[in-house]
Design a protein around this ligand. Structure first.
Ligand SMILES: O=C(O)CCC(=O)C(=O)O
Length: 193
């Protein structure tokens, strides 16, 4: 299936500029194999200051330390995630090696992620959804209220946050009804000066 881009010819629902969605990025057997491999990963509860989230995460390449507000190095990306990185890079039209950070997130039934924009140390964000579908919500402060958009992320689909969808819009996912995993790949923002 072809990717969905916002607002082309006014035919698609209005999604923010820079956002792209690709259903069926990977086949079901690859999804099953990834989920099987996730059982080996050292997931830990997401913590933000004194808040402990219901979702569990593991980061590779680097991870954002919220207590020190900086990026720290972590283990290299495991080799079983590299074919997925290739596939994601092709969808997003990015160099695979540029996707230096990977976050695997496990959402048990009832887990959610609140409104946020990813940290400015990161540039593009490409996410792959596995198992449960979920609602992906986007919102932007127009100065006189919130402009909103949303779509369903189907299992095995991918989305890209680039341009204004990444820098101007926030995103969130309400509580999922059953187990979901996401694998999000991030490029790093160039540091100038
Ligand atoms: O699970 C997802 O697809 C979104 C993850 C996300 O927004 C994040 O980790 O910042």
């Amino acid at each position: 299936m072809r990717p969905v881009q916002p607002g082309l010819f006014g035919l698609e629902p209005s999604l923010p500029e820079g956002f792209r969605y690709q259903p069926d990025l990977i086949p079901p057997d690859q999804e099953r194999e990834l989920v099987r491999r996730f059982a080996e990963l050292p997931f830990a509860a997401f913590e933000f200051r004194e808040y402990v989230g219901k979702r569990r995460i593991v980061s590779y390449g680097s991870k954002y330390d919220f207590s020190r507000e900086r990026l720290i190095s972590t283990e290299a990306i495991p080799s079983f995630l590299l074919p997925l990185r290739e596939r994601v890079a092709s969808f997003a039209e990015l160099a695979p090696a540029g996707l230096q950070q990977v976050l695997v997130t496990e959402y048990a039934a009832g887990a959610a992620i609140g409104w946020h924009r990813d940290k400015p140390v990161f540039e593009e964000v490409v996410g792959v959804s596995l198992l449960s579908p979920c609602i992906f919500r986007l919102r932007r402060d127009t100065g006189s209220g919130w402009e909103r958009a949303s779509l369903t992320l189907e299992p095995r689909s991918a989305y890209l946050l680039a341009g204004p969808s990444r820098t101007k819009w926030e995103h969130s996912i309400p509580a999922v009804s059953s187990l979901r995993y996401s694998v999000t790949f991030r490029t790093m923002r160039a540091v100038w000066g």
